[in-house]
Design a protein around this ligand. Sequence first.
Ligand SMILES: Cc1cc2nc3c(=O)[nH]c(=O)nc-3n(C[C@H](O)[C@H](O)[C@H](O)COP(=O)(O)OP(=O)(O)OC[C@H]3O[C@@H](n4cnc5c(N)ncnc54)[C@H](O)[C@@H]3O)c2cc1C
Length: 197
Amino acid sequence: MEEFDVVVIGGGPAGGQTSRTLAKKGLKVALVEKYKSFALNNFSSAGMTLEPLEEFDIPESCVGAYWSDLEIQCTKKAYLWKGDSVKGVVLNFQKLKEFLANETKKFGGKVFMGHRYESKNNVEDGVIVTLSTSSKESIKIKTKLLVDATGPLRKVMYDADEQQPEMVLGSGTEYEIEVSQEIYDNYKDKLLFFPRS
Ligand SMILES: Cc1cc2nc3c(=O)[nH]c(=O)nc-3n(C[C@H](O)[C@H](O)[C@H](O)COP(=O)(O)OP(=O)(O)OC[C@H]3O[C@@H](n4cnc5c(N)ncnc54)[C@H](O)[C@@H]3O)c2cc1C
């Protein structure tokens, strides 16, 4: 059975950054993601300010777009703050996740794409983790530390039949629409919000 210092379940931004950081520190890390490719759970929206790029050492290759203005469109009113310089970015989530997984590999970690976390079994000197593939193959790996980075699913922290504490959940809908060059030029520098009243 393959053994690791840390196994991180979930290749989202939290899991990818965790495995990247720990691999860089020299720990034997595995990153496990249920999708075979990050293109399969890509959504483009990851608007944020500029500071996290530097704080988390994220390269420009992960940036989808830059924004300088902030606009809030309400039913009856619109508010616009015009920035005189770039204030933030919208990350390309697929590129970000690929980058973090590649960095994990670059620093000696292993990435299990297309592997779903199924269960854990605590043993005296660690945890045995069972993963499955889409072809229903099952593999077991062993780790000293198991990290739940499955986002709001919290698949590792709570067993399927276990009651989870209530959490405030938000949901979002994302549309990718094709627009004319004129409309694109009008909105390309803006981070635009349509709050629901
Ligand atoms: C439509 C939408 C728009 C958003 N827009 C913004 C925005 O503009 N700015 C912003 O800051 N935030 C935004 N967010 C929120 C942001 O996406 C989340 O805060 C962020 O993705 C959380 O990262 P995470 O790594 O904790 O979890 P996630 O991104 O949820 O990653 C969890 C990963 O775990 C994997 N996984 C789950 N179960 C298993 C399993 N059993 N085995 C293996 N892998 C598993 C999933 O496939 C996924 O890759 C948006 C969210 C949505 C849905």
